[in-house]
Design a protein around this ligand. Structure first.
Ligand code: FPP
Length: 249
């Protein structure tokens, strides 16, 4: 039985490398509570959360995960105090400045889910630089949810679909579940096989609503700033025990 007290190598040996999830999605939650427990301002939790982003992206990519989607900033997160929003944007920029060369060397391709037009200019520029630099990479696709909402994404898709219908690029009778997914931010990518939510909350919070129709969920009480490579590996082992039927028998 795999458990957190084993070494990374011991846990890894229990993973079936022929049955890895192709796409893992993570709702990175619990940064605020992590900071509060330490009597620190909330942004200290986000800062430590960034260290886990570094760790989990590295672990997923070296394990051979092909797609990783991280929920970093939702369309609802603008309601937070301005200092927290500003702090999060600075942490995002810091992450890109610190990690971009390494990500690029590891062949990771950075993509964004969400409308980055609303991001502050300094953050938007850095995000665009990361997308452009890694554009041709063929390794893991790292989708970062920024100003992202699942409902907002579906509306974004419908708007683009209507444009294509009007221009005669698609016929309404041809529309189906598969080709509609090409109007989403994750165009061309498989749906998540595994969705991880740390921090004990049991909800989806508007994340990838269209794509998670048959996704396996993994909830953990660990707060995101404490969610390490070992936790990721344990979630994959748990996923590999599931009997996925996709509505069949
Ligand atoms: C939710 O925790 C977390 C966020 C809104 C931000 C996630 C951002 C990071 C992990 C920072 C770095 C991201 C990247 C991509 C470099 P919460 O603040 O809602 O926690 P709480 O529920 O405990 O208050």
């Amino acid at each position: 039985m795999a458990d957190i007290n084993q070494t990374i190598e011991q846990i890894k040996q229990q993973i079936d490398m022929t049955n890895l999830p192709k796409h893992i999605a993570i709702i990175m939650d619990g940064n605020g509570r992590w900071a509060k427990k330490r009597f620190l301002p909330r942004n200290f939790g986000h800062q430590e959360g960034m260290e886990r982003v570094v760790e989990i992206v590295g672990a997923a990519s070296s394990l051979g995960i092909k797609h990783l989607s991280l929920y970093a900033f939702s369309t609802e997160n603008w309601k937070r105090p301005v200092e927290e929003v500003q702090g999060l944007m600075k942490i995002l920029v810091q992450y890109i400045r610190r990690e971009l060369d390494k990500l690029h060397k590891n062949n990771v391709k950075i993509q964004v889910m969400g409308d980055i037009e609303k991001l502050p200019q300094f953050a938007k520029e850095e995000v665009i630089r990361a997308i452009e630099k890694t554009f041709k990479n063929t390794g893991m696709i790292l989708n970062i949810g920024l100003n992202y909402g699942g409902r907002d994404e579906i509306i974004f898709g419908i708007k683009n679909l209507l444009i294509d219908l009007k221009m005669g690029k698609i016929n309404i009778d041809e529309l189906n579940e598969i080709n509609f997914s090409n109007y989403l931010y994750t165009k061309g990518q498989p749906d998540p096989d595994l969705l991880i939510r740390p921090s004990g909350e049991l909800r989806l919070s508007n994340f990838m609503l269209y794509q998670i129709a048959y996704t396996e969920f993994y909830f953990s009480d660990v707060l995101w700033p404490d969610f390490t490579e070992k936790h990721l590996l344990l979630s994959i082992i748990d996923y590999q025990k599931r009997n996925r039927r996709f509505g069949g028998i």
